[in-house]
Design a protein around this ligand. Structure first.
Ligand code: CIR
Length: 259
């Protein structure tokens, strides 16, 4: 059993030509190449289709150089579409143009003092972890927790204060039920003892953002330690090269909303 139902759809937004103007802390690994990014993006969409998902890719929007990271403006859980207000003011309006594509869901807006990015929200098999970060504050945590509890009153929702990476899922995701994969750059006092924790070597840290899609696990390409752990725990492992998005602090999960 998993808290999340099986996915049937994914929503994506094509990267805009000015995507290198987005926010990033990763300038030391170089500037991204747009044509290469588009090829990687197309492979990603195709791989989701190969999992049987109906994939909708909406047009690029140059007002939002980070707008293809559609995971951040919404958290979807069953019939709930929780509209996130990013702690990054430049990203706050990205969700508006996604709303028409989620109109079959029940929209919940956060209170005015709440900040949250979807990248800080990790649905595990039996609990939800919400990272407290530069993008997500305690009011954001509480607002999402209350919205989730309104749907299922016995969900465990834990706040996870952390530092060292942008989003919680940049450095910690669930590979399989009760198996976490961890970038040692992510520091937290939150007790992970309930899970087996696969610790990646620093050079593979970006591979901690793995993406389960039904019985497939997506992981970053060229990361042998992550691959070995994934193959040990998962039926079907698919690798994707997202090097150009990593240069903009992005990873696998952030490029789509899966529901
Ligand atoms: C940002 O800094 O907001 C974007 N450049 C990267 C967002 C990546 N999103 C994610 O990991 N969920």
């Amino acid at each position: 059993m998993h808290l999340l139902p099986a996915f049937t759809r994914a929503l994506m937004r094509r990267p805009a030509a000015n995507f290198a103007d987005g926010l990033t802390t990763s300038v030391h690994i170089g500037a991204p190449d747009f044509e290469r990014a588009l090829r990687q993006y197309a492979d990603y969409a195709e791989a989701l289709r190969d999992c049987g998902l109906e994939v909708t890719v909406i047009p690029a929007d140059e007002r939002f150089p980070d707008g293809h990271f559609v995971e951040d403006p919404f958290v979807i859980f069953r019939d709930l579409a929780f509209h996130c207000r990013s702690g990054a003011p430049a990203r706050r309006d990205e969700g508006e143009s996604l709303k028409p594509h989620l109109s079959h869901l029940r929209l919940v807006e956060p209170p005015a003092d709440a900040c949250i990015d979807g990248g800080d929200v990790l649905f595990c098999a039996d609990r939800v972890l919400i990272g407290l970060s530069e993008r997500t504050n305690r009011a954001g945590f509480k607002a999402l927790r209350d919205a989730l509890l309104s749907i299922q009153s016995d969900i465990r929702v834990d706040p996870v204060p952390f530092s060292g990476v942008l989003h919680l899922k940049s450095g910690l995701t669930e590979l399989a039920p009760n198996v976490l994969i961890h970038d040692p750059a992510l520091k937290t006092a939150y007790d992970l003892a309930w899970a087996e924790v696969v610790k990646l070597p620093p050079e593979e840290g970006f591979a901690a953002d793995v993406m389960p899609v039904n019985n497939t696990l997506f992981i970053a390409a060229n990361c042998p330690h992550a691959y070995e752990a994934a193959a040990r725990h998962c039926q079907r492992v698919v690798t994707l090269d997202l090097s150009e998005f990593v240069k903009m602090d992005g990873g696998l999960t952030c490029l789509s909303l899966r529901y």
